[in-house]
Design a protein around this ligand. Structure first.
Ligand code: CA2
Length: 145
């Protein structure tokens, strides 16, 4: 059976491709997920995707992944820099976790330089644009095989 992967996106990422293309690129979130599904077919990974603007919903989605999903690709967006709740939820998840940031958070304002989620992540991709999601999927395919 194909391993299942959850791609989880945090607040405002539903606006991807609609504003600030100079920072976040031209692909919409739907484009990103569709391309990950195509890549998932090649890599024998089954893709689930969710986006929420609410911290508690992201926590619930991570809880629901326990025991059902082999790996999570998460872009917690602004909650990266604030949310111990998301870190705690990921710490209760047994599978692999790759953290993705579309922009290079280390080249931006200092408040973006620290991510709570990084303490749990098995890998971190930042500054590779929306391609970072596909890179994360390839990394998961490699470490889950
Ligand atoms: O670089 C990333 O992926 C971020 O996680 C994106 C977050 C930001 O708070 C993090 O510091 C870095 C912001 C997501 C907002 O997404 C938008 C996309 C298009 C238009 C407006 C916002």
């Amino acid at each position: 059976m194909n391993a299942r992967i959850l791609i989880l996106n945090g607040p405002n990422l539903n606006l991807l491709g609609q504003r600030q293309p100079e920072i976040y690129g031209a692909e919409t979130l739907d484009d990103v997920i569709a391309s990950c599904r195509r890549l998932g077919d090649e890599l024998d990974l089954e893709i689930e995707a969710a986006q929420s603007n609410h911290e508690g919903e992201l926590v619930e989605r991570i809880h629901a992944a326990r025991g059902t999903v082999a790996g999570i690709i998460i872009n917690p967006a602004a909650y990266s820099h604030t949310s111990i709740a998301i870190l705690d939820a990921l710490n209760a998840f047994d599978g692999k976790v790759i953290e993705v940031h579309i922009s290079n958070i280390h080249k931006r304002e200092s408040f973006r330089h620290h991510s709570y989620v990084s303490a749990r992540a098995d890998g971190i991709i930042a500054g590779c644009g929306t391609e970072g999601y596909r890179l994360a999927l390839r990394r998961l395919a490699s470490i889950l095989s």
